[in-house]
Structures are given as C-alpha cells and as structure tokens.
Design a protein around this ligand. Sequence first.
Ligand code: IMP
Ligand code: MG
Length: 180
Amino acid sequence: MLENISRVLLTEEQIQTRVKELAAQLSAEYAGKNPIFVGVLKGVVMFYADFLKYFTEHCQMDFMWISSYAGTVSTGKAIVKQDVSQDIRGRHVVILEDIFDTGNSLQFTYNHLLAKEPASLKICTLLDKPERRVPGITVKADYTGFVIPNEFVVGYGLDFNEQYRNLPFVGVLSPEAYEK
Ligand code: IMP
Ligand code: MG
C-alpha cells in the first residue's frame, strides 16, 4: 500500500495534536449548546471519531452521505445518498468534513442543512485546499485543521478509488498511481 505514497504530508502525531486543539476550541464554544455534529461520509470517519473523543461537552452524532466524486475529478454535482436522521430545526449544527477542495460538496451540504432551519450552522474541516476553490462557492470554513497545498492526498479517511482510507497519516498520492 505504501509504494504509491510519495511523501507523508501530516504525521499521525501532527493530526492528533491539531484535532485535540480543534476539539478543545469547540468544547469551549459549544458548552451548554448540545450541538449536533454532522459528519459527511465516508472520508470524515477517522477525523470524526478522534474529534468526538476529544470533545468534552454534551453533543449528538449524525451523518450525511452525499455523492459527488469519481476518482480524482470533481463533477460539481451532488446527490443526497443518506440524510441526517433527526430533526435539526432550532439546533446548533456543525458540519464535520475531511477536506474542503473545490467547495462543491460543502456548499451543497451547507445549503441542504440550512434549509432545515438550524439555530446555527458552522463548518469544521480537517483539511483545506484553498487553491482548488471554484467560482460561486460562498461557504467558508469556520474551523480548519490544516491548510494544505494543491496535491491529491490520501489516508486518515481520505481515499483514492476507496483505497488508503485506513492509513493513520495523510500522505501525497504519487501521480503514477492514478494511471494504474
Ligand atoms: P469538493 O466538493 O471538491 O470540495 O470535494 C469534497 C470531497 O472530495 C471530499 O470530501 C473528498 O471526499 C474528496 N476529495 C477532495 N480532494 C481530495 C483529495 O486530495 N484526496 C482525497 N479525496 C479528496
Ligand atoms: Mg472521497
């Protein structure tokens, strides 16, 4: 599996340290608000589980599954494969995402959840690739783990064709792997 990883971008230790910081920040800001953390499947799974373990206040879990990607190319379109399981109207909601790339997925997810009239809606993304943003994206990340360069990364939940999600670190996928 490691033969297609050209370099480690974020070590397991760097990720854990930053996820703890984010969780501490949100624990302070959301104390007493019983927020709902909506994880966008499947890429967010590792980040979601670690973040929730470090979040020290009452909160609830929920998930959305949207589909917008094939391989490394964004299609710009998304569909809801699985919606949140509870009524979020009047609740404090935080979207947890693995990566803010073109922005299409987060824009879609944000608009979809905003229509359900939560009391507040914020975005927390582990990774942000600002160089990749496309025109027309109005959402911004309220909380960001790491800003990263414009390279295709895998690991810690992120995949290439469903592979590499189980790496405990974030690595850069070597371009030769795309052709295989
Ligand atoms: P966006 O809609 O282009 O912002 O992309 C969002 C989704 O695309 C993420 O939730 C990931 O699943 C996937 N994605 C974007 N960039 C990468 C990457 O570098 N590696 C793996 N998946 C990515
Ligand atoms: Mg993906």
